[in-house]
Design a binder for this molecule. Sequence first.
Ligand code: OFO
Length: 174
Amino acid sequence: MIKKKIRDAFNEQIQHELYSAYLYLSMAAYCHSIGLDGMAQWLRVQTMEEMTHAMKFFDHIIERDGKVELLPIKKPKITWKSPLEGFQDAYKHEQFITGRINELVKLSNAEKDYASNSLLQWFVDEQVEEEASASKVVQQLEMVGDSGNGLLMLDRELGQRTFTWPTAKEGEGE
Ligand code: OFO
């Protein structure tokens, strides 16, 4: 059975991951509103990924006989000055999430919870990718600057991103 301390921290992490989904979905709506449907597609895929992150914590709590308690999710920002500002916010947010994951690793070590630790190792690796992909888009947007053509080309490229549901094994957080 999962310890209360870890369970409470994982319930909070579900809230953070769902907030991530909310933030990306809000950015997707913003990108649609300014005609950048490719960026919106990238962000919609990211929203789905965040849902799978939340579900990994959800499943872990349930499998270890813990109680899932869904916490309120705050309203995300709904508009940005530019896509660049939006992706800069996303990058900052991913750095915040990395910090949360690191705190969870520390907690699971202190509590000698090896099962949680194993789950968290997946997130440690995932956060490297999460930060890298947000930062890459920030860099590309900085390069494009005010060029409308450049922005349209980047929009087309980001629009290629697709979402695939994790396999049963990944979905179980193993
Ligand atoms: Fe769940 O990794 Fe992004 O926020």
